[in-house]
Design a protein around this ligand. Structure first.
Ligand code: GCW
Length: 702
């Protein structure tokens, strides 16, 4: 930590992420040195423990300015990494570990056997790994060493990052360069960067990584790619992460030459058993598979007249003897089904509750459509009591300005996780938070080959907040933003307050200039960059923005109340009634659930049209504020990162203006509404916005 930086700090490129260890100020350094002169480890430490030890040597070495030698004899002034099995005095001393489970940790300054030490204790080496990172985090965020006393255990067993990385190294919806995985050079050439990736994940407690795009190619299960994946598993294992592979339902045909992939066909079951055995021979601790089936053109059990549970069963049964898990995605909607897309997953999956094999987890997106900047929570949460569900969140920002826009997703994740499903105990007071209904959290990752990993410095915060909320889904986005800022930019006076003040309202800013008042899915087609509310000619109705906003002279919005698709009935009371009536629907979700006349009055007293205009302008104005605040941090943040972020913010401002102008131009045209006096006209004509093209936009995948 640099106390009161007076000169601009040295340039940084962002590679270190939040694991950016710096020498502590003199007084703190002295205190830490007194407790961190050496590192005690048991004899024959495991690979997990060695990861913890090397990270502590790296971090504490920099913080204290002294090397941290490894010791086997316990002495005062050491950092001690111990479990009750490796150091039985922990039990005698009554160190409270019983409720920390297999992955929790305790860190405290304490006296053990008369020796003053800095203790990292856990029930397992995995817990110690997380504890080591927790200690480094505590120190980097200014914890007081002599009184240090923290403990934590994860609330969710599966904390899972999903790569949508293709085997040709493009990344579907990736905005940070190419895939980290250099598939061509694997398995024999292993980039050192994989280890840094694994360290970053471990620091957050992430314990599972699926390597390839869920829109999967069958080749992932060829012998060659299994061995490439095994080489990655070897790197991730010592940092506590299991690999998962995304598979294609018809692989028995494409790779096995079978005439069918019908899950009830014995030859298909045989093929899966053989393939799974091959995978586990190469990767004995493989986490299992993830699958996108009967969704957006991917094959699945419906192609054979079977349901999702039947489709899952044949693969899950092949995985079960090896301890593997099957993650079955619930992101399903069918072109043939004329019903509201928002309803389809709930209808299909609630009917199957209780029918999935015990080693199947069903992965449900945070909202019922598709990772929009705001959606109500997915109605499946809490509605499948006999099935273990994972919540899927999008860390990469397909619908929030790619990696260019500063949009911190902590508030979005928190809003979903803290939503009350009202599922277990009906009534206005009681219910179950989404967070309590989950068995895990999955995040669609945002990393790539860009030097700063995420395409922009501020997008690192989204990786960070996802991982930390997966550990504790009841955590606070604001507290995590502060924690991230301190580790990423330091603690110069005013900096944490300023950066937190930028990130916390940033998602709301995006909502305002892109999709205010519950509007959704207004982006342009295919690449999803920028506005395209006019798009209405795609083969599938539910890919058209016009399907979602339904703007016309009579009004705007998707009627999901009883008079419309009645999707609102998929929510328990009181939400069903509250959201079913525009008078009791919060403004934020108004046009998600209702089609309303332009003159409808919202809670501010303004008409819908007036309110939309106010929101668009507020969104653009927020980006001005972001830029001003950031400009004020020149000299406090290093010049390189400062300049890079400044350029991104300038681009965000241009694009925010574009969203506002193009949407206003379109809605005026569609509705016949006029601009009231004082509201700025769109800069260009509607036709000009419609004519824009974005060839080779990133992230379309392959
Ligand atoms: O958000 C949509 C994306 C697709 C993606 C799909 C999914 C991998 O536009 O690119 O496909 O979601 O989640 O399966």
């Amino acid at each position: 930590m640099q106390a009161g930086a007076t000169t601009t700090p040295p340039d940084e490129d962002g590679y270190e992420l939040w694991l950016r260890y710096r020498e502590l100020p003199a007084a703190a350094r002295r205190t830490l040195r007194a407790r961190a002169g050496a590192l005690w480890l048991p004899a024959q430490p495991s690979a997990l423990l060695m990861s913890a030890a090397t990270e502590l040597q790296r971090g504490l070495g920099v913080m204290t300015g002294r090397a941290l030698p490894l010791r086997r004899r316990l002495a005062a002034g050491q950092v001690v990494l111990a479990t009750p099995a490796s150091l039985p005095t922990l039990r005698k001393a009554g160190v409270p570990l019983d409720d920390l489970g297999d992955e929790g940790w305790l860190i405290r300054s304490t006296v053990l056997g008369g020796k003053a030490i800095l203790l990292i204790a856990a029930n397992s080496d995995r817990g110690l790994l997380y504890g080591a990172f927790a200690l480094l985090r505590a120190l980097a965020t200014g914890a007081d060493v002599p009184t240090l006393d923290q403990r934590s255990a994860p609330r969710l067993p599966l904390r899972f990052l999903n790569h949508w990385d293709n085997l040709d190294r493009t990344v579907e919806r990736g905005y940070a360069g190419f895939s980290l995985w250099d598939w061509w050079k694997l398995p024999h050439i292993v980039d050192a960067r994989y280890t840094d990736y694994a360290r970053a994940n471990a620091s957050l407690g992430i314990n599972g990584v699926s390597l390839n795009n869920v829109s999967a190619k069958p080749e992932m299960l060829t012998t060659a790619f299994i061995h490439k994946a095994a080489a990655l598993a070897d790197v991730l294992r010592p940092w506590g992460q299991k690999v998962y592979l995304a598979i294609r339902f018809t692989a028995p045909m494409e790779l096995g030459g079978l005439a069918t992939a019908d899950p009830l066909e014995p030859a298909v079951a045989r093929w899966w058993r053989g393939k799974v055995a091959e995978v586990f021979a190469a990767i004995p601790d493989c986490g299992g598979f993830i699958i996108k089936a009967n969704s957006e053109g991917q094959p699945g059990p419906h192609d054979y007249g079977r349901n999702h549970a039947e489709g899952a069963k044949v693969i899950a049964q092949a995985l079960a003897p090896h301890g593997g898990t099957l993650i079955w995605r619930a992101f399903v909607y069918a072109a043939e089904n004329p019903d509201d897309r928002a309803k389809q997953a709930y209808d299909q999956f609630t009917a199957l509750d209780g029918q999935f094999e015990p080693n199947v987890l069903v992965q449900v997106k945070n909202g019922p459509i598709d990772f929009q900047p705001r959606e109500p929570f997915h109605p499946l949460f809490g509605a499948m009591p006999r099935t273990r569900l994972i919540g899927e969140f999008m860390v990469t920002k397909e619908y929030m300005g790619f990696s260019t826009h500063l949009a911190y997703q902590g508030p979005l994740f928190e809003e979903t996780l803290k939503s009350d499903t009202y599922r277990d105990k009906p009534g206005p007071q009681a219910g179950t938070l989404v967070a309590h209904t989950l068995a895990g959290m999955a995040g669609v990752g945002n990393v790539g080959t860009d030097r700063n990993w995420c395409g922009s410095h501020f997008d690192q915060a989204n990786w960070y907040v996802f991982g930390r909320l997966a550990w504790d889904p009841l955590g606070s986005a604001q507290a995590l933003a502060q924690e991230w800022t301190l580790q990423t930019f330091g603690d110069a006076p005013g900096l944490v307050k300023a950066v937190t003040g930028m990130v916390m309202p940033s998602r709301e800013a995006v909502l305002n200039y892109m999709t205010p008042l519950g509007l959704h899915h207004l982006m342009d087609t295919g690449h999803h960059h920028g506005p395209g509310p006019w798009v209405g000619n795609l083969a599938r109705p539910d890919w058209n923005p016009t399907y979602y906003h339904r703007a016309g002279p009579d009004g705007i919005g998707f009627d999901r109340s009883a008079s419309g698709s009645n999707a609102v009935a998929q929510y328990a009371e009181p939400l069903h009634s509250l959201w079913g009536d525009p008078r009791t629907t919060p403004d934020e979700l108004l046009l998600w659930f209702h089609h309303l006349p332009w003159k409808h009055r919202v809670s501010t007293g303004r008409t819908l049209w007036q309110e939309l205009l106010v929101r668009y302008d507020a969104g653009v104005a927020s980006v001005d504020t972001l830029r001003k605040t950031w400009a004020g941090l020149a000299g406090t943040v290093d010049a390189r990162r400062h300049h890079e972020v400044s350029q991104y913010l300038a681009q965000q401002q241009r694009e925010a203006q574009w969203w506002r102008d193009a949407c206003i131009a379109y809605f005026m045209n569609a509705s016949g509404q006029r601009l009231p006096a004082g509201v700025a006209k769109p800069t260009r004509t509607l036709a000009e916005y419609q004519a824009l093209r974005f060839d080779y936009a990133p992230g379309r995948g392959g």
